[in-house]
Ligand binder design. Structure first.
Ligand code: TYM
Length: 334
């Protein structure tokens, strides 16, 4: 098993990232046997599609590394690195630009969402972003890619690119990866709108729980989270047309490692006045130790830089054979 996944180091790690992806990364890391390996990285080359100052970028990479370690990624057991220190990502992405089709990229919903009405003004980088993502995965022969639901389409594209490259050049170079998407937490929604996903780009900080939020902020965000006037039902299936209520019950269930049905039956007949304080409590208890570790880790810049340097060294070694195979398949550098 080769597990690989990435996160953009833009802004804070939030509850959607944690429940949708990072918690699964940690579980997969814990389940590794001696033949398996995990690669987790900060997609800082992807993050150039978002405007940030040089100083912000430097700080964000270090802080996201600290956040991942605080959440349970162990740099001694998993290879933790930032993409920019492994030039093979950019090199393979360029090669795969020859395989990816305009029509495939034109269908990417994330590009449409992010470019919005200003498509002509969007950067070429934003358009070819999923090709770099395919390179990230294929370089390491990843078999399993733990992500949230919003990355599913990018991984399908990755599989298409790998299949076409192998066929076009008559090689068996790339492993076709499987996305691992947790059923219950695939899409954690905004606290202000149950039909929009929780996201770091939402202008309202009240829409998300950040892993850096203190106890009072978490309690306040849950108190103010949008809900409806109905009491909670006996069964979670009755929440189908109540997106905000379904989201909050789903978050509680995920944090308590219980089913949504069991949470509903505990609170059945009660309103959100009873449910919200219980949800705030479990959130606070889960996030406090992560936040405390994060606050400590982020101050040791030299240690973080050294960890990332060592991770990149391992990643460069792991990526080299596949990149050489791609050049060879094309007859470049023969
Ligand atoms: P990013 O940085 O947007 O998000 C990191 C991970 O968090 C998941 N996620 C969510 N899951 C559930 N509910 C949510 N509201 C939510 N918001 C975010 C994402 O699905 C993701 O798994 N393009 C990727 C980074 C990337 C990557 C890769 C991932 C670059 N190369 C290769 C996997 C493999 C991204 O922007 O994720």
């Amino acid at each position: 098993m080769r597990v690989l996944s990435g996160i953009q180091p833009t802004g804070n790690l939030h509850l959607g990232n944690y429940l949708g992806a990072i918690r699964n990364w940690v579980r997969m890391q814990e389940d590794m046997d001696s033949d398996s390996q995990c690669f987790f990285f900060l997609a800082d080359l992807h993050s150039i599609t978002v405007h940030e100052t040089r100083e912000q970028r430097i700080r964000n990479v270090r802080e996201m590394a600290a956040a991942l370690i605080a959440a349970g990624i162990d740099p001694d057991r998993s290879v933790l690195f930032n993409q920019a220190r492994v030039p093979a990502h950019a090199e393979l992405a360029w090669i795969l630009n020859g395989t990816a089709r305009m029509g495939w990229l034109n269908r990417m919903t994330q590009f449409k969402d992010k470019a919005g009405k200003h498509r002509e003004g969007a950067s070429v980088g934003l358009f070819v972003y999923p090709v770099l993502q395919a390179a990230d995965v294929l370089l390491y022969q990843a078999t399993h890619v733990p992500v949230g639901e919003d990355q599913k389409q990018h991984l399908e594209l990755c599989r298409d690119i790998a299949t076409k490259f192998n066929a076009d050049f008559d090689v068996d170079l790339f492993t076709i990866p499987d996305p691992i998407i947790p059923k219950e937490t695939a899409r954690i929604m905004s606290l202000r709108d149950g039909t929009a996903k929780m996201s770091k780009s939402d202008p309202s900080d009240m829409s998300r729980i950040n892993l850096t939020d203190d106890d009072d902020t978490i309690a306040q965000k849950i108190r103010k989270a949008k809900t409806d006037p109905e009491p909670l039902p006996e069964l979670a299936s009755a929440l189908e047309n109540r997106p905000e209520a379904a989201n909050l019950v789903g978050i509680f269930a995920a944090l308590a490692s219980r089913s949504a049905d069991s949470v509903c039956s505990e609170f059945a007949g009660q309103g959100f006045g009873a449910f919200k304080p219980a949800l705030a409590d479990i959130l606070i208890e889960t996030l406090r130790p992560i936040r405390e570790r994060f606050e400590m880790l982020k101050t040791d810049v030299a240690q973080l830089d050294s960890l990332l340097g060592k991770g990149a060294e391992k990643a460069r070694a792991a990526a080299a054979p596949t990149l050489a195979g791609a050049y060879d398949a094309l007859g470049l550098m023969a």
